[in-house]
Design a protein around this ligand. Sequence first.
Ligand code: OGA
Ligand code: NI
Length: 359
Amino acid sequence: MHWTQVVYLEDRMTCVKKLAESPGLTSIPSFYTYTTNPKLDEAVSEDPEDSIPVIDFSLLTSGTPQQRSQAIQELGKACKDWGFFLLINHGVPEKQMEAVIEYIRGFFDLTEEEKREFEGKNLLDPIRCGTSFNTSLENVFFWRDFLKILINPDDHEFQFPNKPAGFREASLDYCKRIREVARELLKAISVSLGLEPCYIEKATNLESGLQVFIANLYPPCPQPELAMGLPPHSDHGLLTLVMQNGIGGLQTLHNGNWVNVNAIPNSFLVNTADQLEILSNGKYKSNVHRAVVNNKATRMSLAIANGPSLETMIRPAPELESKEQAAAYIGMKYKDYMELQQGNQLDGKSCLDRVRAFN
Ligand code: OGA
Ligand code: NI
């Protein structure tokens, strides 16, 4: 074992960035070796006949009635067939997106000691930074550092880290804009399900909905084929909007194959999450995705997970239940669901399995 590995083993709880930066690192410590399901291991390249859907946000908000209804139809199809789409013309300025990514880079560049202030102790602490996903339960670590912040508009006491200076204001402003984009998307998704436009908004108390700000850092990895950035999982909220620093690594599971997500510049990578699957009574299945790593460049991503308010009980819309399709999930308070997901190992859709109804 190389000496850097020995040093690292002693404080493996801290961060992978430090490990990746150790001079002369040519192999990864064994606790980063991730074994994937060989059947699912082939990432398929983009098939032009069956590629990730692209949704034009401007048509949903300011298109002609005909363009709007067509865009809603396409959005519904994207949710049903993929649970994943690229969102273009969303109105969030490119400069603002880039600025937030640069603040995130600055945050991860803080010293270990400075970051320790934001470590957090408990799962629902509003600010937590760390490595992997849930190191207290994991034998295999993921090649990823994170900063996770719970943004709950009802919580006025809330503080966002402000190192580097300006990070707080830029991020909170960004989250507000994302909140609006998500609200519009959820309106269109309601309509696509045959529900009234505000159905999801009302059923989830979206006004007070929780947003989770998840900044991810994936440093270059000397053995990218052995490590995993984030394992296959679905997100716990309704809709997650992801942007990245121009470096790819996200893959989405589609018809049993991993598809590389090649982002269009300035687009959001959007995936549907578990609460939408529950609300839609399984019509829109939450998307399973993962993040792979590379040996060339540091990848950063920012996922804003938009969910119901924490106190709201989420259950299938009665309008989407029928004799043939009874409620497929039991109701659960979003807060409990989130705690369940965050408190376990990240493992596909294992959390959703716990709320499936036995029909
Ligand atoms: C997540 C996630 C993907 C990425 O944070 O839940 O799926 O591209 N991130 O970093
Ligand atoms: Ni995710």
